[in-house]
Design a protein around this ligand. Structure first.
Ligand code: NIG
Ligand code: FE
Length: 420
């Protein structure tokens, strides 16, 4: 099946096929062409270009095959790659709106967690929810993020915290992978918090993660990645080192939660183990920048979490000025970021982190694609990549998208051969 999108006002986010991520000054620009067309065959971008004759691409030789062709008139809007959301926890049961009240009353994230709320609250809810119900509840969020322009999502476990419930979560993620039209990666986050039954016995819980959870997860091939919440009050650098050493035996690549609450050492231990990304980074020093320099690890910041918790924003600008890449993801979860709106993430990147619209766009597309191991297939307009695309209504500029961030500009979202 061939689809031709014509009458594209601006085709944005074009990159050569060998670019896997953008760093430092490379993040400053977004290659665009005006008055463009784009051809999709069997869900893959096979051609694109500009039209000089005024036909908006409809008469280009590549577009003139008349049989079995679907034509989409972009009506002068932007066409750009869908967002890649490389850090979410969207498989969860119920919600935590009660804690929202505690937060408004002045309790911090750590105080809510210390009272037995937080992640453990979500673990209790998930334990009492069937796998089918969990799948249905999660699919509501998957449909929500697809409609908002997300074409690839990484989903973590970590609300199970027992062998059975972690497997339940990961099986739900596998089912989403099999049934939803967006690209999904699964991340095993058994070390998200110490399970209730192990209260006060953290090192025994770490043994459970290493010796029972990881082997069971690997045996079913349920995880693309492994994660640890390496932060004050959660898991230590030593715990993290132990878990990542074990995960390496199964060939599972790490992605780490680090430096949300304190400068934790999580960045360094992540880099040591070849983590694909280290995420959060609300608190970092020069030492983290130096540790990341020359590594293949993507520093990933989660401005939706900073917004919701009222904690500092990561120093994205400083990282870019130091020549590093930066990715921005949503962290969609019930406790610290109950939103998966990547356009809002892009807007926060500009408004609160002072990234340019181009830097923020690159941070939410090609660099998040890299941070979830899919930048060979997604994250840019490139021949051979998946045709996961956003078509906007006519908008004056790329900057308008994060600037007027509540204006409903998305006209449609194409995920391969599915249109939303
Ligand atoms: O990335 N920081 C750890 N994990 C999540 C929050 C999970 C929760 O509170 O449910 C995060 O912010
Ligand atoms: Fe997270």
């Amino acid at each position: 099946m061939r689809t031709i999108i014509y009458n594209i006002g601006t085709l944005a986010g074009i990159l050569p096929a060998d670019v896997r991520k953008l760093e430092g000054a490379q993040m400053n620009s977004v290659e665009c062409i005006e008055n463009a067309y784009l051809v999709i065959e069997d869900g893959i971008i096979t051609d694109f270009g500009s039209c000089t004759c005024g036909c908006s691409g409809i008469q280009n030789p590549a577009t003139t095959i008349t049989t079995d062709v679907e034509y989409i008139d972009a009506q002068g809007g932007f066409v750009m790659p869908t967002f890649c959301d490389s850090h979410t926890h969207i498989v969860y049961a119920g919600c935590r709106d009660g804690e929202f009240r505690d937060k408004i009353a002045g309790l911090s994230y750590e105080e809510i967690a210390a009272r037995g709320g937080g992640i453990l609250n979500s673990a209790d809810l998930l334990h009492d929810t069937s796998e089918d119900d969990l799948y249905e509840q999660s699919m509501v969020r998957v449909r929500e993020i697809m409609a908002m322009g997300t074409g690839a999502v990484e989903i973590k476990s970590g609300y199970g915290l027992t062998v059975e419930d972690e497997l339940k979560m990961l099986r739900v993620i596998r089912r989403i992978k099999e049934t939803a039209p967006l690209t999904v990666k699964a991340n095993f986050l058994g070390a998200h918090a110490v399970g209730r039954a192990y209260k006060g016995r953290q090192s025994e819980y770490v043994e459970l993660v290493c010796n029972e959870m990881l082997p069971a997860v690997a045996a079913e091939g349920l995880a693309d990645f492994v994660d640890v919440f390496c932060d004050a009050g959660f898991f230590t650098v030593e715990d993290t080192d132990k878990i990542l050493t074990k995960a390496a035996e199964y060939g599972i690549t790490p992605k780490i939660h680090a430096n949300e609450l304190e400068v934790s050492g999580g960045v360094q231990v992540g880099v040591k183990h070849g983590a694909l990304s280290v995420d959060h980074l609300e608190k970092t020093t020069e030492a983290e920048i130096e540790a990341l320099r020359g590594s293949g690890t993507m520093p990933t910041m989660l401005p939706g979490c900073s917004f919701f918790l009222g904690i500092p924003y990561g120093n994205a600008k400083g990282y870019i000025e130091a020549g590093l890449p930066v990715a921005l993801a949503s962290d969609y979860n019930p406790g610290s970021s109950p939103s998966g709106n990547m356009r809002f993430v892009m807007a926060l990147g500009c408004i609160r982190m002072r990234l340019t619209p181009e830097q923020s766009f690159n941070a939410c597309t090609i660099n998040t694609a890299y941070a979830m191991g899919v930048s060979d297939q997604l994250g840019s307009i490139t021949i051979g990549k998946k045709a996961n695309l956003i078509i906007t209504k006519p908008v004056p500029s790329l900057a308008f998208i994060p600037y007027s961030h509540q204006t409903p500009v998305i006209d449609r979202v194409i995920l391969g051969s599915v249109t939303i």
